[in-house]
Write a protein that binds this ligand. Structure first.
Ligand code: C5P
Length: 283
């Protein structure tokens, strides 16, 4: 089986507080985009569960989230593990705030469930995903959604109106646990207007949604990294984006455009000072 695993962007990200279990309560509007990894699942003859990728520094075998997802799926069904090769062609930048590892895991869950004749409902499959990572339940469902709690409480939302997305991944990576630790030690000065963004989605108002995008993690980035993300966001707005935001714990910045020509022009301008740049659409 060959399957696509779509990247996600945060239209908003708010951290409401730290929980006794060490995780944080979040409130965020998520959106999947056409930027994707491609996974190939092939049964093998007695070689066990194997994972390989085209990026040499990523974990292979049982340490990869895709393998953990496969194990959890078979456990949930109460069936023995299969001999399976999972081969991942990475296109989504790594440690970039776009749920690259989580979406690969979610794609494995969807593919195995489909191949088994869909014994689990999407909600049950999302619950299996919760054991793999906080973003996996959302990645199982995809589309436009509000994610709350650890990220596992999902409410599907009206789709973001048709638009084009320019995604820029700066040259550094961010450690998610480190940024969560930083956010505990600061008082947040600014919060996203999540309810306003939800109303804009209800009304099909792309400009209203784009203007309300905000991510609290941008404020706790180390200064040089915050400056770089700010510079990319400004460049996107200068190039005609209706709004720009950072995704997840960063550092990816993106802008929303209501016309493909403006988006392509912005991509070309930003490509001059950002190597990892993509023009995509929402899914
Ligand atoms: O669930 P996942 O393993 O993807 O989370 C990675 C890290 O992100 C956690 O170890 C934790 O530090 C942080 N996290 C959090 N609260 C969440 C989600 C993630 O503190 N809701």
């Amino acid at each position: 089986m060959e399957i696509q695993a779509f990247a996600k962007l945060n239209l908003t990200l708010d951290v409401l507080g730290k929980r006794p279990d060490g995780y944080h309560d979040l409130r965020m509007v998520m959106q999947s985009i056409t930027l994707c990894d491609t996974l190939t699942l092939t049964p093998n003859q007695g070689q066990g569960l194997r994972v390989s990728t085209d990026l040499h520094f990523l974990p292979t075998g049982e340490k990869n989230l895709a393998a953990i997802a496969a194990r959890r799926f078979w456990e949930a069904l109460g069936c023995p593990a299969e001999d399976l090769d999972i081969c991942i062609r990475k296109r989504i930048p790594v440690c970039a705030g776009m749920a690259g590892g989580s979406t690969d895991a979610a794609a494995v869950l969807r593919a195995l469930n489909q191949r088994a004749g869909s014994p689990l409902t999407p909600a049950e499959l999302a619950r299996v995903g919760e054991q793999v990572g906080s973003d996996v339940p959302y990645c199982v469902l995809g589309g436009t959604a509000l994610a709350e709690g650890r990220g596992e409480r999902l409410t599907p939302l009206p789709a973001l109106p048709r638009c084009w997305v320019v995604v820029c991944k700066p040259e550094f990576a961010i450690s998610t646990p480190e940024l969560f630790a930083r956010i505990d030690s600061v008082r947040l000065r600014c919060r996203p207007d999540t309810d306003g963004l939800l109303s804009a989605l209800e009304e099909g108002d792309l400009g209203g949604a784009a203007r309300r995008m905000y991510n609290v993690f941008e404020d706790v980035l180390p200064p040089r990294q915050r400056d770089r993300v700010g510079e990319l966001k400004n460049a996107l707005i200068q190039a005609g984006a209706l709004g720009a935001n950072m995704s997840g714990t960063g550092p990816t910045a993106f802008g929303l455009f209501d016309c493909p020509e403006a988006a392509e022009e912005a991509r070309a301008v930003l490509a001059e000072n950002c190597r990892d740049i993509f023009l995509c659409q929402t899914v």
